[in-house]
Every structure is written in structure tokens, then in C-alpha cells.
Design a protein around this ligand. Structure first.
Ligand SMILES: C[S@@+](CC[C@H](N)C(=O)[O-])C[C@H]1O[C@@H](n2cnc3c(N)ncnc32)[C@H](O)[C@@H]1O
Length: 313
């Protein structure tokens, strides 16, 4: 691994996630979150000369990590457009897809991107710097009810209503443009001892809303389910319970809502077989080496050999 890639990001659950893809050397794979390229390079190292890998990232900064490899195609796009890009590149079936969700260390460590409350700077948080709304747009323009819902749903914050009301009151005097201004308003709402944890939740909620992460994930998971060949694998790493719930639902029931459909005999009908019944998490050694991997959860599923009728589109 190059030094630059190491500083850009340290991949979580690298070996178990790529092992989970059970790579066929001549297969076609997708890494929908290329980032620093750790998982991408590991997949390439297991592919033969006829293998193929498509790597997505919506952040143009990831372009500096594109491997120089003829088997690799970089797609600078949101992975919610997976279906369209597979079609564009003439891919009809994939053998496996890996997703390592959320943001990279690069995002948290770049003071200009606005993802971290360790730095002052623009309240931005867009993974795609050319995309629409910023976190400042959300906190200045959403009505109180909608803001409270964002903090409650995506940050699981108990004082989401108070938080929203405080922001609405503050912005009536002055637009909130920077992280410093934002922190001055919200910090007094949290006790000293839990301040960092709660702020992390506030920032997570805004980031999820700004990047429409839940909708993008749902769309990508549905497209991936349709594109996987029978016997193909999904390996998904999540970092918070909301993402994990969608992935778990999909793998168990074939839909992100988790709606169970049973056959005549009462068996749950799902296009997937769970490869690991229990979620996989980093071992102590990995957490010691890479403390930011602590919350990572890996789920792996295999598309069943016979495609069930309700999943034919
Ligand atoms: C946790 S990092 C992945 C790190 C990567 N596995 C590695 O080994 O370096 C997540 C990456 O996915 C990208 N990303 C997150 N959501 C995305 C989406 N909806 N579409 C495209 N890229 C996305 C982020 O920009 C970030 O670079």
C-alpha cells in the first residue's frame, strides 16, 4: 500500500470483507466506495487477467487513488446510479459487490470539508463537492420540524426538538455559516462529559441528510440485488445502526423494509443466503491499529442459485 493511500484512509475489515466476496478470478466486481482504494487493490490482487472491477466514488478527491490497472474502471458518481452505470459499461451481471459506507479519514481530516468539529471552516459536509445543498443550507433553511426530524432520525438524539428550536432562534439573528458559529449555538445544550459523543451524533445526522445517504443506500442495494448473478456475493460494511438495519433487512428478506414474504410452507422467501449469520466486527488487534474501525460491521450474503419469482424485474 502506498503512503498516500495509507494517510487517505485505512481500510476496515479488509481481509474478511474481500474474502467474503469469494472472488472468481475471471469475475466482474464492483467496489461502490473506492475512497483510498484499499479494498479496490485487494480485490484486484485476487482477480486474474480476465477479471474486471468497477470502482465508484462521488468525491473527486478519490481520483488520486485510482489504480493504474487495465482491469479497473473508475466511476466518479454517486453509487445510487449503479444500475445506469452498469448498463453504460455493458455489464449485465456482476459476481460481487463491496460497499464500505460513510466517509473516509480524508474527509474527517480535511479541515475544509466541514465534516469534523475539530476544525473551524465552512459548514459544508458534501461528499460530492459539486452537489447541491451543504450542511449550512440544511441548518439555515429547514423548518424547525424538519430539522428536529433529521437530528432524531439520523443522530438518534434525545434533545432533537430543543436542538432544532435553538438553531431556528439563533439563525433569526444571523445566518449560520461556519462550524465555529454552529458549535457556539449547540454546545451549551450538551453536558461537558457527553459533549463529544453528542456532537458526533449531531454531525452524523447532518452529514446523512446533506448526502441523502439513506436513499442512496436503498437504491444501490436494490440495484445490486438485481445485478448479482446467482451465487454472487454482497459484502457490506456499515458504521451506524440505520445503515446496518437496511442491509440486514435486505439480506434477510430481499427488501430494505424487511417485509417478510413466505412460501406455501412458511419458509421466508429471500433471494439471499446469509454467509455469516452473525455480523462480523474488527478484532482487538485491528481496533488497536485503527481505532476508527471500531464501529464497523460487516454482513455478507450470497444470491441464491435459483432466482425467486418475486425478484425478477
Ligand atoms: C469509508 S470510505 C471507503 C474507503 C475504502 N474502502 C478504502 O479502502 O479506502 C467511503 C468512501 O465512499 C464514498 N461514498 C460514500 N457514499 C457514497 C455514495 N453514495 N456514492 C459514491 N461514493 C460514496 C466516500 O466519498 C468515501 O470515499
Amino acid at each position: 500500500m502506498t503512503q498516500e493511500a495509507t494517510t487517505y484512509h485505512i481500510p476496515a475489515l479488509l481481509k474478511p470483507s474481500v474474502d467474503g466476496l469469494d472472488i472468481r478470478p475471471d469475475g466482474t466486481y464492483v467496489d461502490v466506495t473506492m475512497g483510498g482504494g484499499g479494498h479496490t487493490r485487494e480485490i484486484l490482487s485476487r482477480l486474474g487477467p480476465d477479471g474486471r472491477l468497477l470502482g465508484f466514488d462521488q468525491d473527486e478527491d478519490a481520483e488520486r487513488n485510482i489504480p493504474d490497472d487495465p482491469r479497473f474502471t473508475f466511476v466518479r458518481s454517486n453509487f445510487r446510479y449503479l444500475r445506469n452505470f452498469l448498463r453504460y459499461y455493458g455489464v449485465t451481471r456482476i459476481d460481487g459487490l463491496l460497499a464500505d459506507l460513510g466517509v473516509s479519514f480524508h474527509h474527517f481530516d480535511d479541515s475544509e470539508r466541514g465534516f469534523s468539529f475539530r476544525f473551524d471552516g465552512a459548514l459544508d459536509m458534501r461528499m460530492n463537492k459539486r452537489a447541491g445543498q451543504t450542511a449550512a443550507d440544511v441548518v439555515n433553511n429547514y423548518d424547525e420540524e424538519r430539522l428536529a426530524r433529521v437530528f432524531y432520525l439520523y443522530g438518534e438524539l434525545k434533545n432533537s426538538r430543543r436542538l432544532a428550536a435553538t438553531l431556528v432562534k439563533a439563525r433569526a439573528n444571523k445566518t449560520i455559516g461556519t462550524i465555529g458559529e454552529f458549535l457556539d449555538i449547540v454546545k451549551p445544550l450538551f453536558g461537558r462529559e457527553r459533549e463529544k459523543k453528542e456532537l458526533a451524533r449531531v454531525f452524523q445526522a447532518l452529514r446523512i441528510e446533506v448526502n441523502q445517504e439513506m436513499d442512496a443506500l436503498k437504491e444501490m442495494l436494490q440495484a445490486a440485488t438485481d445485478a448479482l448473478r446467482p451465487g454472487g456475493r454482497l459484502a457490506i460494511i456499515t458504521y451506524h445502526s440505520l445503515e446496518d438495519r437496511l442491509v440486514k433487512n435486505l439480506m434477510k428478506t430481499g427488501n430494505v423494509e424487511g417485509t417478510i414474504q413466505k412460501d406455501f410452507f412458511g419458509n421466508i422467501q429471500s433471494p439471499f443466503r446469509l454467509v455469516n449469520n452473525k455480523v462480523l466486527t474488527p478484532d482487538e488487534e485491528e481496533v488497536a491499529r485503527n481505532p476508527r474501525s471500531r464501529s464497523a460491521k460487516l454482513r455478507i450474503a450470497e444470491k441464491k442459485e435459483t432466482e425467486e419469482k418475486n425478484n425478477d424485474h
